[in-house]
Write a protein that binds this ligand. Structure first.
Ligand code: FAD
Ligand code: 3HM
Length: 378
């Protein structure tokens, strides 16, 4: 009997690609994910997820695994020159902190359990609007839906010639996963709640910031921010004397970070003229890479992966291109606003003032992309 299931080919096995794959497979599609890296694993540090992505994880059957090694810190604390500006308990907002390897393994498992084929060492070089995809190996394939989830340097996007604008901000960050060392931190600063996320800002006389994010009982995510123009602040491996002179209470964990090579990442934003072309849709950093201030790059990627899967599944045969356009029309505005706000925070450093998780800043954090009535006007 001929295969009647619709077929999707996905370029990129990151958070966006694996989420779209798991969602589509659960909706009845046959799905193949192509990951350029020779092995299926991620080396990243930590990540914060909010309601928008946690709702999607519920739907793809991944939330149980995710919860096993993640936490909701008691508060998001913001300090300026070590003086507490705010301790936001984020009441009514669903959020989790965790490591990137844990999120990756959770998504990979969910995708495989849904029947997705994930191929490592498979580099996509191009795609066409009529659903053809080509690989570095010289092979080609055809699909009802092609998804470019291949990150900020997307080959799918660039092969289609989608016009884009890229803006760079002046600051950037180096990220580490280190042991919690909570007892040592407590000994240095006994009055601090070391389970909180603590956003340690120093703006004057020098811009240096440490974002301290417990990821579970054992692991701590720390991100060290400085302007790209500050050679010592942005140096990797980190200048331990410099960082401990400003943040002496973090010495036990900064010492571990200093033993790791590290990679300084300059904040940047990429905006596309359009996210879809015929049977091809772009999601995640391929479509909307953003500054990390609101911790929403992966969140928006996963929310758009889910809504794309729903829209594509609902499309009648032959009407997929129109359905993808309508998906972009409905779903893109919230991502655009989140991108703009994240860039504004990165450019102005306004997060240093604290009390930021209100109003526009939590629009994506509160969003439920799985609610069928989400676009109804109330
Ligand atoms: P990627 O993670 O880049 O994955 C793309 C995948 O495609 C990779 O595996 C790559 O190897 C593969 N690939 C690339 N090219 C090809 C090809 N030609 N063929 C086949 N495969 C290919 N987001 C949050 O939600 N919360 C946070 O707390 C958060 N913190 C952040 C902190 C920092 C400092 C930064 C920089 C970002 C942060 N983000 C956060 C954003 C988040 O990391 C990204 O938005 C997210 O990882 C994007 O996922 P993706 O799958 O679209 O892209
Ligand atoms: C979670 C998180 N939040 C903010 C930033 C930032 O402003 O660089 C990075 C993060 O990982």
């Amino acid at each position: 009997m001929a295969e009647s299931r619709r077929h999707a080919e996905i370029s990129g096995g990151g958070f966006a690609g694996l989420t779209a794959a798991a969602a589509l497979a659960r909706m009845g599609w046959s799905v193949r994910v192509h990951e350029r890296a020779p092995e299926l694993r991620t080396e990243g540090a930590g990540i914060v997820l909010w309601n928008n992505s946690l709702q999607v994880l519920d739907k793809i059957g991944a939330i149980h695994d995710l919860m096993s090694e993640s936490m909701t810190p008691p508060a998001y604390e913001t300090r300026m020159n070590n003086v507490i500006q705010s301790q936001e308990t984020l009441d009514g907002i669903r959020w989790r902190t965790l490591t990137r390897p844990h999120l990756y393994e959770t998504l990979l498992l969910a995708a495989r359990e849904a029947g997705v084929e994930v191929v490592a060492g498979s580099e996509v070089v191009s795609a066409t609007a009529d659903g053809h995809i080509s690989f570095a190996s010289g092979e080609t394939a055809e699909a009802d839906l092609v998804i470019g989830a291949d990150g900020v340097g997307s080959a799918v996007r660039d092969s289609l010639g989608v016009p884009l604008k890229r803006e760079r901000s002046r600051d950037g960050i180096t990220r580490f996963l280190v042991p919690r060392r909570k007892a040592e931190l407590q000994a240095l600063e006994p009055d601090t709640e070391w389970d909180n996320v603590i956003d340690f800002w120093n703006l004057d006389p020098r811009v240096l910031r440490v974002l301290y994010t417990p990821a579970n009982d054992e692991e701590l995510y720390i991100a060290l921010m400085s302007p790209a123009a500050d050679a010592d602040g942005s140096r990797v491996p980190i200048d331990l004397d410099l960082w401990t002179s400003i943040f002496p209470q973090l010495a036990p964990v900064l010492e571990v970070a200093a033993e790791t090579p590290g990679k300084y990442y300059g904040y940047q934003t990429t905006r596309l003229d359009y996210w879809t072309d015929g049977k091809v849709a772009l999601i995640g950093d391929a479509a909307h890479a953003m500054c990390p201030a609101l911790a929403q790059g992966a969140g928006c990627a996963m929310q758009n992966a889910w809504t794309l899967a729903v829209a594509a599944t609902a499309a009648a045969d032959g009407e997929l291109p129109e359905a993808l356009k309508e998906w972009e029309r409905l779903e893109r505005p919230i991502t655009d606003r989140t991108q703009d706000k994240s860039q504004w925070y990165a450019d102005t450093r306004e997060m240093a003032k604290g009390s930021q998780f209100t109003g526009d800043s939590v629009e994506a954090a509160l969003y439920n992309p799985t609610d069928p009535n989400r676009h109804e006007v109330h």
